[in-house]
Design a protein around this ligand. Structure first.
Ligand code: ZN
Length: 409
């Protein structure tokens, strides 16, 4: 009995020592479950929204390690994306290069890790994949997006048609979206698979104004002269029967001191969450100030996917109540990892982004991660049959852990 206990102990210690990454990941998966984040959060109250749920397709959950990593890479601010990329590329190159082996092996490993990181980044932007969807129990609200682009925008993905945008929204639970191309009015409304509504995003004097509804062409030069001229656009939109929202990141970056002037000029609302890399880092403290201003004046607050055809997932949805007005008419439901972008310094992204991702896992996603790690661990821990080459097939592995190896020859 003592011998068996000793063998078990040796095997266990060896497993831990030989597979530190797998065991560290398992530990992190369990540890992060002690500080869980909800799948969705109300961006105004910070609470878990009642009656709205994030539904993950089976294929998304089965592939959770890939799905979650690609989502987490999508919800990075521009600065955090650069920091995360730099740290991981450098760390993996060093780790690969410093491991034992021939020079060729070490060079190969030093390149492989960074290449994998870059491929994951490209995958987050381009790879077709199952995506989570927002489902609401309240049939009185419309799940809507107020700000999204097609190829008609100069920075839209080439070939990204209104149909593609509608399919992108439908897959994530949206029932309607305004189409707001840069300075190009959208005039091909459709009803299937979701309603696409007319709008435009006017660029005037460092500000982007998302115009919703019956928009007509304007002479942008008139509004581009100075802040006062820019603010005149809101009155013009009202004359047209349209609404004007102040978009992120422009009012944060260029007009932070002018927000009460925006209100006086008739702005109908503010974006408080925008998933674009330059806007997603809008800090919670500033969001709170905008919320206070909007509540005081009964203005709309909205979330914007600001989709340009890149990336598969939105970080925000709106639950719009047609019967209500102003501040109460819209609920902004966001992914917590997106809201956290403005709360962490860029240089911490290499570890805070994975940590936020792990904390937000549902139990089914967490189980999927653990299953994948155990499968790979068992596969790698079981010794190869003596004489067999290092193939990738499980058939090349002996399933008898303690089988005595015959000396070769
Ligand atoms: Zn935009």
């Amino acid at each position: 009995m003592a011998v068996i206990a000793l063998i078990t102990k040796i095997v266990r210690v060896n497993l831990l020592r030989r597979h530190p990454i797998a065991f560290s990941l398992l530990a992190l998966l369990l540890w992060s479950a002690l500080e869980p984040l909800p799948g969705l959060v109300d961006a105004v109250t910070g609470t878990v929204p009642a009656g709205a749920d994030l539904v993950r397709p089976t294929a998304y959950t089965v592939l959770a390690p890939l799905s979650n990593v690609l989502d987490a890479l999508t919800f990075l601010s521009a600065q955090r994306a650069k920091a995360l990329l730099a740290v991981w590329v450098l760390a993996l190159a060093l780790w690969g290069g410093l491991r034992r082996g021939t020079l060729a092996q070490r060079l190969g490993r030093a390149l492989l890790g960074p290449l994998a990181i870059v491929l994951l980044g490209v995958g987050a932007v381009l790879l077709p994949r199952p995506v989570p969807s927002l489902v609401t129990a309240d049939s009185g609200v419309t799940v809507i997006d107020y700000h999204a682009h097609t190829a008609a925008s100069h920075d839209g993905r080439p070939g990204w048609r209104a149909e593609d945008l509608a399919a992108w929204h439908a897959a994530q639970g949206f029932q309607a979206s305004y189409v707001t191309d840069h300075n190009v009015i959208f005039n091909q409304p459709m009803d299937e698979p979701i309603r696409l509504l007319p709008g435009v995003e006017w660029s005037v004097y460092g500000q982007h104004v998302v115009a919703l509804g019956a928009v007509a062409p304007i002479d942008r030069g008139v509004y581009d002269r100075d802040p006062r001229a820019m603010l005149g656009l809101f009155a013009e939109l009202h004359r047209q029967g349209a609404l004007g929202l102040a978009s992120l990141p422009e009012y944060w970056e260029h007009h932070w001191g002018d927000l009460t002037d925006f209100v006086a000029a008739g702005v109908d609302g503010f974006e408080i969450v925008n998933c674009a890399p330059r806007a997603i880092g809008f800090p919670a403290a500033l969001r709170a100030q905008v919320l206070q201003l909007a509540a005081q004046h009964d203005l709309l607050v909205v979330g914007a996917s600001d989709n340009h055809g890149w990336g598969k997932v939105t970080c925000v949805w709106n639950l719009s109540s047609p019967s209500a007005h102003g501040y109460a008419a819209n609920h902004v439901i966001a992914r917590p990892i997106a809201l956290a972008q403005g709360d962490w310094d860029a240089w911490t992204a290499a570890y805070t982004q994975p940590w936020l991702m792990l904390r937000a896992l549902s139990w089914s996603e967490r189980s999927s991660w653990i299953t994948w790690i155990l499968v790979i661990l068992i596969y790698r821990a079981v010794p190869r049959r003596a004489g067999d080459s290092a193939g990738i097939g499980i058939l090349a592995r002996s399933l008898e852990l303690f089988k005595v190896r015959r000396p070769p020859g």
